[in-house]
Design a protein around this ligand. Structure first.
Ligand code: PRX
Length: 645
């Protein structure tokens, strides 16, 4: 694929993409295989909203990721699997082998009754079979819904229920570091909890395919549960890729917002494919020949979809899939893997960088890291110190860092340097990539022109990778993203534009917390906490955390005097673990007699955020509170808690 060659060209191409968006995107789409060319490049309206890219065209994402490369890259490695335990051998899968495995599994899906348009839930560890399952769905036109392996049975069941999955693909168990996660057991609990299957033809039934990852004992329910390897025995390796309409749904991925339960963000086939392929190529800039790319994200998050599986394979590079964690068996593991597989492009999250920074530089001893050419960051703002540490110690001062800003809803990167092309500024996502029209709006919804300004980040023009709806609730989609500022897509992020026109994301402006790059709504955590018999009401806010970016601070009101706050904390944390997952567990829980509420009953979170940050010098106007005296009491309780920590 073509790549921009210098910063001057970036500016020209950027201007061209604004002046002639359809010509620009037609050119990008033409890089891929289409069974039938589209009739209309773009139809859009941000009011309904309705967005259609490459309408009337037929393509297949799996075909473009695999089959298209077979003639020239059949024997090249497509996936390098690096296991959790460094003593276990790695697995290398060529494009030819991947083709065979995906075709066989696609036939398995058909054999168990999966048809085009059916929803398939993938609850898998970081093994190649997770990616194979995704690609097999895309091949036959089934809509995948990957659920991160760290989610609880309840979260898994909610997602299966919401989108009416007819099949769950999982594994017996996985080790992450020295911790075992019994995925099948969690899946069993979830399957026992499937109350609202929305698909009428399904009638409440679900099947499960279980990949034997660890030889752990599991209970298999006859007629419902099937072993992956047994089904494969009779599966043919011939499976034509289904021609899919560009706007046919490709996948649903759940993500949290400020209100309500997580929403199933829906992406469609043609636009997502063009966008994931284009952004991967232009931002990371793989060189021709054999490039090794490693994205450390889990396939359960959008980064795992767009830049671990689809983006790299669309570009015919080798993608590394890592089962383990950064600090096991020691904090040198990432660097050992980079050297072992001669990784050229490394893409990770600020939280991992900060966690490794805290371990000191001795873990670089004996590691060369000289294969690295480009580094990337994603998921949350990267602070300047972490940026510098990453640049110096990992990149040895020679590798550009692409700080990529985007979201589950955007499908791919929107604001980022192009590696080696865009002049960098630590902690800045820098500039929108060609084809992206970013604007900052003030509270009145007016575009803020000029530089040295700050506002809410919005997009004024569509791009092919954008989400098309919230599964089953288009009204909610409209309300969340298109009603705050009519005529614009609202990202939910605050942003600065500096004197050079560079963008710096300042964080969420809504009630969403970003914990280690995982997005979680405060309301979801509050709902879980409120299920504790002793908790009457709770309010959750984020606070700055050295490693995680943001930590979770919960203020809870109890229905009786609590003798032992630490027992309550442990129980409440366990509850959140069970209801949502480990990453959503509050770091701090403080029992308070009341919450700062306005006369209309609304909790003034601004005050709680300040208290959680430990910055109580100026809490702003508290006179509109029903009971202003509560603020001092909460301050006092929070201070007591921090003394005990
Ligand atoms: O607040 C922004 C933050 O992560 C949010 C999107 O979260 P999610 O949909 O889970 O996707 C994460 C991976 C793309 C955004 O609204 N965010 C993501 N990348 C950055 C970022 N904040 C600052 N800088 C980034 N590079």
């Amino acid at each position: 694929m073509k790549q921009i060659s210098d910063f001057e060209e970036y500016k020209t191409v950027y201007a061209h993409a604004i002046a002639n968006p359809e010509v620009f995107w037609e050119d990008k789409a033409a890089e891929f295989h289409w069974f039938k060319k589209w009739d209309k490049t773009l139809k859009w309206n941000f009011t309904e909203p309705s967005i259609k890219w490459f309408d009337g065209g037929y393509t297949n994402l799996c075909y473009n990721c695999i089959d298209r490369h077979l003639e020239i890259r059949g024997n090249q490695t497509a996936i390098i699997w690096e296991p959790n335990d460094p003593k276990t051998p790695s697995r290398l899968i060529t494009y030819n082998e991947l083709h065979k495995e995906v075709c066989c599994f696609a036939n398995v899906l058909k054999d168990v009754g999966v048809k085009k348009g059916d929803r398939v839930c993938i609850y898998m560890p970081m093994v190649p079979e997770g990616a194979i399952a995704m690609l097999a769905c895309a091949r036959i036109g089934a809509i995948h819904n990957v659920v991160f392996g760290g989610f609880s049975a309840k979260s898994l069941a909610d997602r299966i229920n919401d989108c009416g999955c007819t099949l769950l693909i999982t594994a017996d168990a996985v080790f992450r570091g020295d911790k075992k996660i019994e995925l099948k057991q969690i899946a069993d609990e979830a399957m026992a909890d499937l109350t609202v299957i929305s698909s009428p033809q399904q009638n409440g039934a679900i099947k499960a395919i279980v990949f034997n990852n660890r030889n752990e004992p599991v209970t298999m329910q006859a007629g419902r549960d099937f072993w992956w390897h047994e089904l494969l025995e009779t599966a043919s390796s011939d499976c034509l890729a289904e021609p899919m309409e560009a706007e046919d749904p490709l996948f649903i991925l759940y993500t949290s917002g400020s209100t309500g339960k997580p929403k199933g963000v829906l992406h469609t086939t043609g636009g997502y494919m063009v966008y994931a392929g284009y952004t991967f190529n232009e931002v990371f800039r793989p060189q021709s020949g054999h490039e090794i790319f490693w994205c450390t994200a889990d396939i359960g998050w959008i980064t795992g979809h767009s830049y671990l599986v689809y983006g790299p394979l669309l570009n015919g590079v080798t993608t590394v899939l890592f089962e383990g964690i950064p600090n096991w068996p020691d904090p040198g593991r990432f660097w050992e893997v980079v050297d072992k597989h001669q990784v050229n492009i490394f893409y990770t999250a600020p939280t991992a960088i900060r966690a490794l920074e805290a371990q000191g530089t001795k873990w670089f001893e004996g590691k060369k890291l000289d294969s690295l050419r480009v580094l990337g960051s994603v998921g949350e703002p990267i602070n300047e110190e972490a940026w510098e540490w990453y640049h110096k110690n990992v990149g040895k001062g020679n590798c550009p860092i692409v700080d990529t800003w985007w979201q589950t809803e955007t499908g791919g990167i929107l604001i980022s340097p192009l590696a080696g092309i865009t002049p960098l500024k630590p902690a800045y996502a820098t500039l929108p990539i060609p084809g992206v029209q970013a604007v900052l709006l003030n509270e009145r919804g007016e575009e803020i022109s000029g530089n040295n300004v700050e506002g809410n980040l919005c997009m004024k023009f569509p791009w092919p990778g954008m989400a098309r709806t919230v599964y089953g609730d288009h009204e909610r989609f409209k309300n969340i993203y298109y009603s705050t500022y009519p005529g614009y897509y609202f990202t939910g992020d605050g942003c600065k534009r500096d004197a050079d026109g560079y963008y710096r994301i300042t964080g969420r402006v809504d009630d969403v917390i970003n914990v280690s790059g995982h997005r979680i709504g405060t309301g979801e955590i509050e709902d879980a906490l409120n299920e504790h018999p002793a908790i009457v009401e709770s309010a959750v806010v984020g606070f700055p955390h050295d490693i995680k970016g943001q930590g979770i601070f919960a203020f809870v009101i109890c229905n009786a005097k609590i003798d032992n706050a630490s027992i309550l904390t442990t129980e409440a944390q366990k509850l959140v673990f069970e209801k949502i997952g480990a990453f959503a567990r509050p770091d701090r829980i403080v029992v308070v007699p009341g919450l700062p509420k306005t006369r209309s009953g609304k909790i003034m979170r601004r005050i709680l955020r300040k208290i959680a940050e430990g910055d109580t010098s100026n809490l702003g106007d508290t006179t509109t509170l029903l009971d202003p005296s509560i603020v001092d009491i909460i301050k006092h309780k929070a201070a007591e808690l921090s003394e005990t920590l």
